[in-house]
Design a protein around this ligand. Structure first.
Ligand code: ZN
Length: 430
């Protein structure tokens, strides 16, 4: 099956520079066959007129808690620790498998509507999230969160082991299973050491939160005499590929250590701003040669899963904070939201850019809108002007999952109804 998108503005994200071209994208089954000029021997079964559209890679939401969509707009305007202890953890203790399924379906629908084809998830009852996104047709690096001491974690580690055995590489390779110790302040040293060992054994990645708040940093220095990242290194956790959300308080030494150990830091500007945690030194990450990725965090601390909004906020706050309009240029923000995310998740040979041989994860952005015309610079238009609702059509693995804003794999009405039903039970009387 050959599909041809013709005469589009293409942002392939194959270059470190501000680069785009006008031309075609060819897809053969799930693979991109060509980008630019269509070879004569390519005979399309389907032709899509790309005029008026930007074609670019699907976005990679590198840090999320997908089914926290159920807790959207439920607990706001609170500090991180009160928010977790008083509002989030009591509700999470009541979550059933059915809740996770509908929360995941809701999150999957929202992500598809916003051009996201890959995401990293950290939560509970993850077989339900896998079921939801397998149906949705997008990719997920799925992680079962664990916390506490070795005894408390043992059951959850068994869950990860079983998830890995049952689902790693499933859905035609769209599902990867990684390990998710919640954070250094919720896991004991024993738990973190076991995590490193099991990740080595399974050949998977570690997904965690790091240096998110002043309190985390201060408590770690007092308890262990070192920063959270140094603490993780001391326990062997940096000997396996690791991607870590936030990194707001990473020191210069931490950044050098992150580079030395190929750690991927995920920037979550909305969550950091909303919880009053500050600004990650993203400009230092880039200067040190790290490839920072971008994530929304969960919908309870954002409150949406909108990577366009995340790109826009990331592009503005560092310029304002440092009084430097040259800081974090538009194409660097797009790298964070696409290829850098794919690198963090170990998927950069498969997705994150548009190149022959890669799987066809791509979106068509409708630029025939007043807020996107004239299209003087398509990269600037995407970062500074586009909205999630401008995504018209989305392909994942060569298969259309949204066409002209219609979801093709999910029943949105049914999802909204069921998500409202389970959410009411969870948040009532809290
Ligand atoms: Zn998080």
């Amino acid at each position: 099956m050959n599909t041809l998108i013709q005469n589009a503005v293409i942002i392939p994200m194959t270059s470190d520079t501000h680069f785009h071209l006008t031309g075609d994208v060819g897809i053969t089954d799930k693979i991109i066959s060509h980008v630019g000029k269509t070879p004569e021997e390519f005979i399309p079964d389907t032709i899509i007129d790309g005029r008026g559209f930007i074609v670019m890679p699907g976005l990679v939401n590198t840090h999320n808690h997908l089914s926290m969509t159920l807790l959207r707009s439920y607990a706001d305007d609170m500090d991180l620790f009160s928010w977790l202890q008083d509002k989030i953890w009591p509700v999470e203790a009541k979550l059933s498998t059915e809740d996770i399924y509908w929360g995941s379906m809701l999150g999957a629908a929202e992500q598809i509507r916003g051009g996201i084809t890959s995401f990293a998830d950290m939560y509970f009852h993850q077989e339900q999230t896998i079921k939801a996104i397998t149906q949705a047709g997008i990719r997920g690096n799925i992680c079962a969160t664990f916390m506490g001491d070795k005894k408390a974690s043992e059951e959850r580690l068994d869950v990860t082991y079983k998830l890995h055995q049952d689902f790693n590489g499933s859905a035609d390779g769209r599902i990867s299973i990684d390990m998710a110790p919640h954070a250094i302040y919720t896991c004991t040293a024993d738990t973190l050491k076991i995590t490193a060992d099991l990740a080595q054994e399974l050949g998977c990645r570690i997904h965690t939160h790091i240096s998110e708040s002043v309190k985390e940093q201060k408590d770690c220095m007092e308890a262990h005499g070192m920063t959270p990242l140094a603490y993780l290194e001391s326990l062997g956790c940096l000997e396996v590929p690791l991607y870590a959300a936030h990194g707001v308080y990473l020191t210069d030494e931490d950044i050098t250590m992150a580079k030395r150990n190929n750690v991927h830091v995920v920037h979550n500007p909305t969550s950091n701003l909303k919880l009053g945690n500050g600004f990650a030194p993203v400009e230092k990450f880039i200067a040190a040669g790290l490839a920072p990725a971008l994530g929304t965090d969960g919908a309870s601390s954002n409150n949406n899963l909108n990577m366009f909004e995340e790109m826009h906020i990331a592009s503005l706050i560092h310029k304002g904070l440092h009084g430097d309009p040259m800081m974090l240029k538009a194409h660097e923000i797009l790298q964070m939201a696409t290829i850098n995310g794919a690198k963090a998740l170990g998927l950069d040979t498969i997705t994150g850019s548009l190149a022959p041989g890669k799987e066809a994860d791509l979106m068509m952005i409708d630029t025939m809108k007043p807020h996107l015309q004239p299209l003087n610079d398509p990269i600037s238009a995407v970062v500074y002007g586009a909205q999630a609702s401008d995504v018209d059509t989305l392909f994942c693995q060569g298969k259309m999952v949204m066409q002209k804003r219609a979801l093709l794999t999910l029943d949105e009405e049914d999802i909204l109804k069921n998500a409202a039903r389970v959410s009411e039970r969870l948040t009532k009387n809290q």
